[in-house]
Design a protein around this ligand. Structure first.
Ligand SMILES: Nc1ncnc2c1ncn2[C@@H]1O[C@H](COP(=O)(O)OP(=O)(O)OP(=O)(O)O)[C@@H](O)[C@H]1O
Length: 388
């Protein structure tokens, strides 16, 4: 499995600075950033602790969605076309850090969904791909249960067949013939997600949203089967590749397990479980383990086929720059890393600054393991082992 980890910093908002928040993230270059963590000594003197991090890509606060797509999304789309593989893009981070902005965007600045759709239909027009059909499905995982966002939030069930391939029974897949068509479907899904958020007292941060775009090649025999329904027709076709976009639940929700409200605790536990399972699967895959605990959560069960075989993954860890979000930002960035502190000789250059460097192991071998650690750290839980 091929993987890449990127960090995207969002800008500090006016209302945040009015409340006294300051930007504590300094992006040093396009592969490293420094968190300037404000600290207070026991004698109440203030000082700043500097933490350096290194990633595949660091996307600064003035990076537009188009640039994010160019660096993180476009290689996935091209991979699906050129290698006929499966590609997944995860958006991770605390509430308000910019996951939905990255994925969905807005009319002025379309997100990865739109930009990927645009590239898919541009590539499809190119010679050799004209016979491809494009199908889209969009579902949500909330409290471990699946809801079809393109079919009135119908409840769905994931079942493994005899070959251990997990199918989502009843999931509506719609054939889309243009970017506008795909975006219409997406807007319907996004609307269903936000309506539910207000109606049922949950918000988008408490659910994972999975958008899947499947590419199928028409078989020459298909004209003989004109009476088939759309779904039957799709099944007669050969799957060429699949692209998944996963807008994950807010990572800080995983620590809601200590909340007094029962519902919040249950939600927090479920998010914790799924982020932990995702971490365990990524780690197991990265280490080439024979057993990958896909069954650890609904999220990993339904994404199983996107993780095995010919596949590529990009993680976009979103961070908020303000002082008030510093702890969550550090959780996202710090414990995740395969930490390597600089030699003590590097400390003390500044009496009030401690320099700590975090190198993901993949600056050696494994960025995805780093991200797995990231999820682990933010979910605020201790390592667990599952019996295989
Ligand atoms: N890079 C950015 N540039 C400009 N505005 C941004 C950026 N990232 C996020 N925002 C804005 O910040 C706000 C919160 O972002 P967003 O809704 O994407 O967060 P989120 O991580 O998806 O939160 P949640 O988990 O609660 O859904 C939105 O108003 C969004 O437009």
């Amino acid at each position: 499995m091929d993987q890449k980890v990127c960090v995207r910093k969002r800008p500090l908002f006016k209302k945040e600075s009015e409340k006294g928040d300051v930007d504590v993230i300094r992006d040093d270059n396009n592969q490293s950033l420094t968190v300037l963590e404000p600290k207070t000594k026991v004698d109440l003197t203030k000082f700043t602790e500097e933490h350096n991090f290194f990633f595949d890509e660091v996307l600064s606060d003035n990076t537009a969605n188009k640039e994010v797509y160019k660096r993180c999304g476009s290689p996935l789309v091209r991979y699906v076309f050129e290698k006929q593989g499966k590609a997944s893009c995860f958006a991770y981070g605390q509430t308000g850090s910019g996951k939905t902005h990255t994925m969905m965007g807005n009319p002025e600045q379309p997100g990865l969904y739109f930009l990927a759709a645009d590239e898919i239909f541009t590539l499809k027009k190119e010679k050799g791909y004209s016979d491809l059909t494009v199908w889209v499905s969009f579902f949500e995982i909330y409290g471990g249960k699946l809801y079809d966002l393109l079919n009135d939030r119908r409840k769905l069930v994931a079942r493994a067949d005899a070959k251990q391939v997990v199918n989502i029974v009843g999931l509506q897949e719609t054939e889309v013939k243009s970017v506008a068509h795909l975006m219409d479907a997406l807007n319907v899904g996004h609307e269903a997600r936000s309506t539910a958020a207000t109606g049922a007292n949950l918000d988008s941060s408490r659910s994972h949203a999975v958008l899947q775009v499947g590419m199928y090649s028409k078989r020459s025999l298909h004209d003989l089967f004109k009476n088939l329904t759309q779904i039957q027709f799709k099944r007669m076709n050969k799957s060429v590749g699949k692209l998944s976009f996963i807008d994950l639940a807010g990572s800080e929700r995983a620590s809601d397990v200590n909340d007094n409200d029962r519902q919040t605790r249950i939600e927090g536990a479920e998010i914790n479980k799924s982020l932990l399972a995702l971490k365990e699967c990524i780690r197991a895959l990265d280490q080439g383990s024979k057993h990958v605990p896909f069954r650890g959560s609904t999220l990993t069960s339904v994404l199983k086929d996107s993780f095995i075989g010919n596949c590529r993954t990009v993680m976009i860890a979103n961070v908020s720059p303000g002082t008030s979000a510093c702890e969550h930002t550090m959780n996202t960035l710090r414990y995740a890393n395969r930490v390597k502190q600089l030699k003590s000789a590097d400390r003390g250059k500044d009496a009030y600054a401690l320099k700590v460097s975090y190198f993901p192991r993949a600056c050696g071998p494994s960025l995805l393991s780093w991200f797995a650690g990231c999820i682990h750290a933010s979910s605020g839980c201790s390592p667990t082992r599952r019996r295989s």
